[in-house]
Design a protein around this ligand. Structure first.
Ligand SMILES: Nc1ncnc2c1ncn2[C@@H]1O[C@H](COP(=O)(O)OP(=O)(O)O)[C@@H](O)[C@H]1O
Ligand SMILES: Cc1ncc(C[n+]2csc(CCOP(=O)(O)OP(=O)(O)O)c2C)c(N)n1
Ligand SMILES: [Mg+2]
Ligand SMILES: [Mg+2]
Ligand SMILES: [Mg+2]
Length: 327
């Protein structure tokens, strides 16, 4: 294998998106949006940080790297269209494994009608997969974190903490049961909530953020960005039967700060809450109210969590990169 034969081997034979003018073949790709806004994001997965060879097959690595990016497109209310893949390849990865990585990506890409339109391939010391995605959204219809307003309900899709639990099951080499298989599946192959976010199109205003680091982080991001306070009810936070059965002691911690569930956290006015419920049932996604947006008199936007013991501040406690001891 060399760089050039590898690129030839992963080059798509045909493209699905009509707005594409030039795919993999030239110095860069070209596409022409037709009156829509273009949404773009990049996320990186690094061996040893986001995955290990013990916890993910090469195909899972590809699938989840693209899922994390599609999740950001979903959180903007956009329709996925294109992706570019930047690979740093270490010596321990064979050509066959790299092909499996691309198969994992194209499995999910096909589900969303996305085209691979470019990338970059270099050698390095750890495998790193960086994916850039593009999506389309109707003009001025992107969903922002800054759109939460006082009086909104706070909701979340699916269940939280399962990905963290699935990782723990593999790290502890726990004997497989149906529950453990479910949790591992949620870690290896998360489902970005694209259809649900699109089904919210009838809502005039929704604030959305996807759950990559844990809602202890993402609720704070909405609060800061919208300059409001959020009050979350701890016992409303949805968790699966599987996590409750396998990890009863840490359910609450992992549902707040486990991360990588790639569910959507949102806020919407009470008047439009029924539209969110309709979107959820139309797309087969569970949606749960977990709290309310308030505006306290304090200048600093905060997130509060209410448990049986009373109300405390919910600080960012999810996954944070570049953080040094004691910070
Ligand atoms: N190294 C970087 N250079 C420029 N922009 C960045 C960098 N890292 C993150 N960002 C931007 O900061 C914002 C928040 O990033 P991040 O927390 O990674 O979002 P998410 O959790 O949705 O992936 C995004 O607008 C992202 O594009
Ligand atoms: C081997 C391994 N260790 C730890 C984790 C947990 N983990 C790694 S990154 C991360 C947070 C999400 O990644 P990030 O790069 O912050 O994504 P973004 O917020 O940019 O979408 C978590 C919970 C993991 N998935 N695999
Ligand atoms: Mg990111
Ligand atoms: Mg995000
Ligand atoms: Mg993050």
């Amino acid at each position: 294998m060399d760089e050039f034969s590898f690129i030839r081997s992963i080059r798509p034979k045909d493209y699905k998106q009509q707005s594409l003018i030039k795919g993999i073949d030239d110095d860069a790709a070209v596409f022409r949006p037709i009156g829509e806004d273009v949404v773009t994001a990049v996320d990186t997965m690094v061996e040893g940080v986001h995955f290990s060879r013990q916890t993910m097959t090469p195909s899972d690595v590809g699938y989840r790297a693209l899922a994390a990016n599609i999740s950001d497109l979903a959180a903007m209310g956009s329709t996925p269209a294109f992706y570019l893949v930047s690979l740093v390849v270490s010596e321990s990865w064979s050509e066959a494994e790299l092909h499996q990585l691309y198969e994992g990506m194209s499995e999910l890409a096909d589900e969303h009608g996305m085209d691979l339109i470019g990338g970059d391939t270099v050698s390095g010391s750890e495998l790193s997969v960086s994916i850039t995605v593009f999506g389309y959204v109707d003009k001025d219809k992107a969903r922002y974190r800054s759109d939460a307003e006082e009086g909104d309900v706070v909701f979340v899709t699916g269940t939280l903490g399962d990905s963290r639990a699935g990782l723990a099951c593999m790290q502890k080499s726990m004997n497989r049961t149906n529950e453990i298989d479910y949790l591992i599946g949620r870690h290896q192959r998360p489902s970005p909530r694209v259809a649900f976010a699109q089904a919210l199109k009838n809502c005039k205003r929704v604030a959305l953020n996807d759950v990559s680091d844990g809602i202890a982080n993402e609720t704070n991001e909405i609060a800061e960005s919208s300059q409001v306070d959020l009050v979350i009810q701890a016992n409303f936070v949805p968790t699966s039967e599987a996590i409750q059965a396998v990890f009863p002691q840490v359910v609450q911690e992992w549902s707040l700060s486990g991360g990588e569930d790639f569910e959507l956290l949102g806020t919407v006015s009470k008047a439009e809450w029924s539209l969110v419920e309709e979107a959820a049932s139309a797309t087969g996604v569970a949606v749960t109210v977990i709290g309310e947006v308030k505006k306290m008199n304090d200048e600093t936007p905060r997130v509060y969590i209410e448990t049986e013991e009373g109300r405390t501040i919910l600080r960012k406690s999810g996954y944070t990169h570049l953080k040094k001891e004691g910070e």
